[in-house]
Design a protein around this ligand. Structure first.
Ligand code: MEZ
Length: 567
């Protein structure tokens, strides 16, 4: 027939050449992918061969399964286009319309197999969701001696962490000290609480802050680079750690995690959706039921389960249910951020909190789903409105910055920056490649491209540069003034607020144990990351999500492994 299988058949490729002799396909599609790469080359080869404008083989998603995009027996689809809208032609793809209309949920429904297998496996610890928290929890539990299975419903691992642009907040690290910066975890606690409108669980915030420097050391011990520092909104020091040159933190960390998982021979399964957490009905978990894309329904018995399934900012219906005014707004999230991890936990008695607290990030690129990182402002960019004027302290907390943009008649704004700022943050070059940046040789020429008055924009930039020189911003009291806006080139990015993070979720204690509706810790049940509520209160600070994944991922992994040993 049609699709890739038919194309291969036409070229005299036999079924077994792709599938292997047994023709069975495991949920990781291991043999298939090995055979694709054997004939066509790996991602590096393909990226080098096809030097296009946008090359999906060189994307931030890293070395993933070929079958995430290329399908043998249904229409292929570029995974990138769940978030982007590249005019990308891949062999045997569905129509452009079909590609852009379908959500992840609709798409996978076609491929799902119903219950068949009665297989039962066992593990010490099952981890649900292979984003940042899931990887950290799995690596930690494994290193503490547990047999771990890490399950991911999507065809690729990484979760929202994979898309994280900013960095990891950590106080009093060796990198800050090396640069002569003074920071204090007590300040991180204060600012995180203030940013969260004092609605955070203060005990969780203390754990976050006082373990943050250790979290950075842990990442470095795995092979990560966290040497560069930048400031995030609502913070008085440069506390956000990221790779050199200001590269996005997420793809870097997920590569580090994937490499570490492979080195440990960790059992990581993609296309494997947890449909039920099993419990004895008395608050003790006993395992999970999984639906594998190819293997159907099966059971994993486990003494401990860690829920790291992420948030729900990509789930339009759920967002609409909790915050009707945010329905249909763009989301910066990966398509799998649909909230099942919260529902699964709630079903077996977990307490769920703050679900209506949904963060709107101030700067998504125009009409796209591309997040323009807060680090662009942290590097010195200003926000101007359609009249060409600044209207807010650019590094205030996200709730306030978003509200200020939404208060503009156009409900959008522009980031404006100069050459030195662009050079300090390599991510801006990525936005240029994506066509999101306007550039000009003068402020007046940039104003013309933005459709704002040249005189007003020139006065705005001039006043800001004076504030930079004086290290004092009389207009908006911006504390960080890292760089002036200078030529030779000037840049602007049209931005709108969009859904970014769900602060609510499963309630946990400082040991990352899930709390039941009766207020008691459930037995053998842990959670970490965006699936939980309480750490960030009603507004998360930029850079604190990665800290959350590492700090609580480690606690969950270590405690689950210890519980298994003692149980
Ligand atoms: O923590 C975040 O969400 C973050 C720093 C995002 C960003 O703007 O880069």
């Amino acid at each position: 027939g049609a699709f890739l299988a038919g194309m291969h058949k036409k070229n005299k490729v036999a079924c077994a050449d792709c599938h292997g002799k047994s023709l069975t396909v495991d949920d990781n599609e291991t043999a298939l992918n090995k055979n694709c790469k054997g004939c066509h080359g790996g991602f590096k080869d393909l990226a080098a061969k096809n030097k296009g404008h946008i090359n999906p083989h060189a994307s931030h998603l890293g070395d993933t399964n070929c079958t995430a995009c290329h399908k043998g027996h249904v229409a292929s689809k570029a995974y990138c286009n769940y978030c982007h809208s590249f005019a990308m032609k891949i062999p045997a793809m569905g129509s452009e319309k079909e590609s852009s209309d379908k959500t992840w949920v609709q798409e996978t429904a076609r491929e799902k197999k119903e219950a068949k297998s009665a297989r039962t496996e066992s593990a010490d610890v099952v981890v649900i969701g292979a984003g940042g928290s899931g990887y950290v929890a799995s690596i930690s539990a494994h290193d503490a001696g547990a047999k771990v299975i890490l399950l991911e419903k999507m065809p690729i691992t990484g979760g929202n962490s994979m898309l994280a642009a900013g960095g990891i907040n950590a106080a009093r690290t060796r990198y800050q000290e090396r640069l002569g910066m003074h920071d204090d975890p007590a300040e991180m606690v204060k600012e995180t609480m203030k940013g969260g409108r004092e609605k955070n669980d203060p005990e969780l915030v203390k754990v976050l802050a006082y373990n943050s420097a250790d979290a950075v050391d842990f990442l470095v011990s795995l092979g990560a680079d966290m040497t560069d520092l930048v400031r995030s909104g609502g913070v008085a020091v440069d506390r956000t750690h990221r790779p050199v040159g200001g590269a996005a933190v997420g793809p870097h960390l997920i590569k580090v995690y994937r490499d570490n998982a492979a080195k440990r021979n960790l059992d990581v399964r993609v296309n494997s959706e947890v449909v039920q957490i099993l419990s004895d009905g008395q608050g003790r978990v006993t395992g999970v039921q999984v639906r594998g894309k190819h293997s159907g329904l099966y059971t994993i018995k486990a003494k401990a389960v860690i829920d790291t399934a992420g948030g729900f900012a990509a789930n339009n219906e759920l967002v609409g249910f909790y915050k009707p005014q945010f329905k249909e707004t763009a989301s910066s999230n990966q398509p799998g951020a649909t909230g099942e991890g919260v529902a699964l936990a709630e079903k077996i008695g977990a307490k769920v909190i703050d679900m209506e607290q949904i963060q709107i990030h101030p700067t998504m690129g125009g009409e796209t789903k591309v997040l323009i990182s807060e680090t662009v402002r942290g590097s010195g960019a200003i926000l101007v409105n359609h009249a060409g004027k600044r209207f807010v302290n650019e590094l205030t907390t996200r709730d306030k910055a978003s509200a200020a943009i939404l208060a503009q008649p156009e409900k959008s704004a522009f980031l404006v920056l100069g050459e030195e700022i662009r050079k300090s943050n390599v991510q801006i070059d990525g936005y240029i490649v994506l066509g999101l940046v306007q550039e000009a040789d003068s402020v007046a020429a940039l104003a013309a491209k933005m459709g704002v008055s040249a005189d007003v924009l020139a006065a705005t930039v001039d006043a800001y540069n004076k504030a930079f020189a004086a290290k004092k911003d009389p207009e908006f009291q911006r504390q960080d003034l890292p760089r002036a806006i200078n030529g030779p080139k000037y840049y602007s990015i049209w931005v709108k607020p969009g859904r970014h993070h769900t602060m609510g979720g499963v309630k946990i204690n400082t040991e990352a144990q899930v709390i039941g509706k009766d207020g008691k810790a459930m037995t053998g049940f842990y959670a970490a990351g965006e699936v939980t509520g309480g750490v960030h209160g009603w507004n998360r600070l930029g850079g604190n999500a990665i800290t959350d994944t590492v700090v609580f991922g480690r606690i969950a992994g270590n405690n689950a492994a210890r519980f298994v040993k003692e149980a």
